[in-house]
Design a protein around this ligand. Structure first.
Ligand SMILES: O=C(O)CCC(=O)C(=O)O
Ligand SMILES: [Fe+2]
Length: 318
């Protein structure tokens, strides 16, 4: 393991070959402290990342009418314009555009027919087959990395390595290409690309381009930069895994500001379990004599509740 100033860089090579102990111990340490780490040897080919970057930039540079033609039917899939989401407590909506995909299910899938939130066919822009292929290839590749991470996490908690991945048959994985225009100069003082927040789900895998702008909150409340490091992904946990771990793991505040004067691209994957996966801390090897702080909750109900909250205007948000 090597370190940046604050966040560890963990090698995932062995975990991707089925040996989770070393990465598990390091990830466990990172998640009980800052809640963040970098991973290298994550298994996603550079060529694939470059393909997504290129195709996504091309899409974000397209005319707004083309992008809006694949805006989400129900909030979560397709293109989301600037100012679409607001983080709890923030004064302004986030200054970003994003294109989001999830597990590709046909319209006649029972979960889709039943109207299960977060399910459905993806909303692809017309005439961009290379964008579609790149996003789907990335979606699949980042899922493999996510599974190695979850097995390592299970190892660090002393539970069966497949405990989490056994609840990822039809995961609520959401992968977003996120485009941050430079902040308008007159709004530099109060505009965020993403306002300070914690993620909602279990584990987030983030690729960022070379521009920078992601900060993580330190234990003293100060903001610590999480700069781009070539060949790595940034990994952090969300509130659902914090809850599942009975607060042993820490889902930490982070934010994005883009004061570079340049556009910035990131690819965030929220790697979350099946809709009906029951998140109950009692299943996670609670230390002797420790009480569970949380009641069981279904992963899907929890996550869609949090997403809907983030899309309410501030006055309505609780
Ligand atoms: O784009 C980034 O660097 C981070 C984005 C993020 O934190 C989020 O979308 O939850
Ligand atoms: Fe986040």
């Amino acid at each position: 393991m090597s370190e940046t100033a604050y966040l560890p860089i963990i090698d995932l090579g062995l975990a991707l070959q089925g040996d989770y102990a070393t990465a598990g111990a390091q990830i466990g340490h990172a998640f009980t402290t800052s809640g963040f780490c970098y991973v290298r040897n994550h298994g996603i080919p550079d060529e694939l990342i470059e393909r997504v970057r290129h195709e996504a930039m091309d899409f974000f540079h397209a005319p707004m009418e083309e992008k809006l033609a694949c805006k989400p039917k129900e909030a979560v899939r397709g293109f989301n314009a600037l100012n679409r989401t607001i983080m709890y407590g923030a004064d302004n909506p986030d200054y970003k555009e994003f294109f989001q995909i999830g597990l590709e299910l046909p319209p006649d899938d029972p979960a889709v027919l039943a109207g299960q939130p977060l399910r459905g066919p993806n909303q692809w822009p017309a005439g961009r087959p290379a964008f579609r292929t790149a996003m789907m290839d990335y979606f699949n590749a980042v899922g493999v990395c996510g599974q190695a991470l979850l097995r390592s996490v299970a190892c660090s908690l002393g539970i069966a390595p497949d405990f989490f991945v056994g609840k990822y048959d039809r995961p609520l994985q959401r992968t977003q290409a996120i485009w941050y225009p430079p902040h308008p100069p007159e709004r530099e003082h109060d505009q965020f690309g993403v306002a300070p927040h914690t993620d909602y789900g279990c584990i987030t895998l983030l690729w960022q381009d070379g521009v920078g702008g992601l900060d993580v909150q330190g234990a003293d409340g100060n903001w610590i930069p999480a700069p781009p490091i070539p060949g790595t992904l940034v990994i952090n946990i969300g509130d659902l895994l914090c809850r599942w771990s009975n607060n042993r793991y820490h889902s930490n505040m982070h934010r994005v500001t883009n004061r570079s004067g340049k556009e910035r691209l990131s690819i965030a994957t929220f790697y979350d379990p099946d809709y009906d996966a029951i998140v109950d801390p009692r299943d996670l090897n609670l230390p002797e004599g420790t009480k569970a702080f949380f009641e069981p909750v279904s992963a899907g109900d929890y996550i869609i509740g949090r997403i809907r909250e983030s899309q309410k205007p501030k006055a309505e948000a609780s």
